[in-house]
Design a protein around this ligand. Structure first.
Ligand code: KG4
Ligand code: ZN
Length: 347
């Protein structure tokens, strides 16, 4: 067994929602990053928790096996196992957690619990050619199907949420709007694709008025629903004939809602380094707006590599490594509850 902190191999497991993922990291470098996406949910227009846990049960062993094989690492070379402890769907989390616990127990190596949202942020510390790491402090914008948060990041393990959604997450706003347009789940990436061909100012939608750094997306969803109903009543081909313009207008509104809040966060904190994470950070509109903000406002923005935006285990592995390197005292002993840097994390 390789026990040197200077050359550490970590197996990471992520199963918080509908992706079964495993990765192997050598320190900050990703050796393999395997994701099995559960297509079964598409026909239901959203994630069905019971089906997600069953699919995780089927996928977990092949996914872990593939991650070890791709990394060319034997299980006996692993120094620790990191897993997502939450937040997420309970049944889904239990599959990854039980597997990670049993594997760590069998190999007699440490088990490290990782907060999923912290991982979306710390994915920026994965060693990747052509990708710069932010320095502390920075503002992280975590935008996914389950979360929308603005986080002040003062160190790897000192983070505080300074703004969040009071209702739907931004990914939900994308997915629910897509559903209204008859697009399959998850519709976020499809709205993004259609938006490139449309006019963002074709259909103006109003932005919600929410105090401080918090967000709200449920009103926008209702507004879009009434807009579509009204126009389809007049012209049954309205969606088909205007899909690109509708998608571009929805995306434009969502991007502006987000950008307004980030501007406010910069003003309140004086921090001009902005890093984004979570599935919605793959969105081209958001990426372009942030790049533009570098020129317009002098910010420095950090956009993760695409494979680290949606749920993946590499991001769990980097947190596992950072915890292992910074916190773990006894490297040979199995610890059931992992190491609790999370007690200092205000997420
Ligand atoms: O982080 P993630 O994989 O899972 C959660 O933790 O929720 O995020 C999934 C979300 C979905 O709502 C999906 O529609 C959205 O990310 N998404 C996008 C794009 N790619 C993924 N939304 C807008 N534009 C995209 N390109
Ligand atoms: Zn996520």
């Amino acid at each position: 067994m390789n026990n040197t902190a200077t050359n550490c191999y970590i197996l990471a497991i992520e199963s918080s929602c509908d992706d079964t993922a495993a990765a192997v990291l050598n320190n900050e470098k990703v050796l393999s990053n395997v994701v099995a996406t559960q297509e079964i949910h598409e026909q239901y227009g959203g994630v069905v928790p019971e089906l997600a846990s069953r699919a995780h049960q089927q996928n977990i062993v092949p996914v872990v096996t593939a991650a070890l094989r791709k990394a060319n690492i034997d299980k006996n070379e692993l120094n620790a196992i990191a897993f997502t402890s939450g937040p997420g769907l309970l049944g889904s989390l239990l599959v990854g957690t039980s597997f990670a616990k049993s594997f760590a127990l069998g190999l007699n190596i440490p088990l490290i619990d990782v907060n999923h949202m912290q991982a979306h942020i710390l994915a920026h510390f994965i060693e990747e050619e052509g990708f710069e790491k932010p320095s502390f402090p920075f503002i992280a914008l975590t935008i996914s199907g389950g979360h929308t948060q603005i986080v002040r990041v003062d160190s790897y393990f000192t983070m505080s949420v300074i703004g969040e959604t009071i209702d739907d997450a931004v990914g939900e706003a994308f997915d629910k709007s897509a559903k209204l347009l008859g697009l399959p789940y998850p519709g976020g990436p499809l709205i993004d694709q259609w938006a490139t061909k449309g006019n963002p100012k074709a259909f103006p939608f109003t932005k919600p008025k929410v105090d401080g750094l918090n967000f709200s997306f449920s009103g926008l969803k209702t507004q879009i629903m009434y807009f579509i109903q009204k126009n389809v009543q007049k012209d049954s081909s309205f969606i088909e004939n205007h899909k690109a313009d509708i998608c571009a207008s929805i995306q434009y509104t969502i991007v502006n809602i987000i950008l307004d809040k980030v501007k406010k966060a910069v003003k309140e904190t004086g921090i001009t380094q902005i890093a984004i994470g979570g599935g919605v950070s793959a969105n081209k509109g958001i990426r372009n707006a942030l790049k533009q903000a570098e020129k317009n406002y002098g910010w420095k923005t950090f956009l993760p590599k695409f494979e680290y935006t949606t749920d993946n285990a590499a991001m769990i592995g980097i947190v596992g490594y950072l915890k292992y390197k910074n916190e773990l005292k006894d490297k040979t002993q199995y610890k059931d509850t992992g190491i609790h840097a999370q007690s200092r994390l205000k997420l």
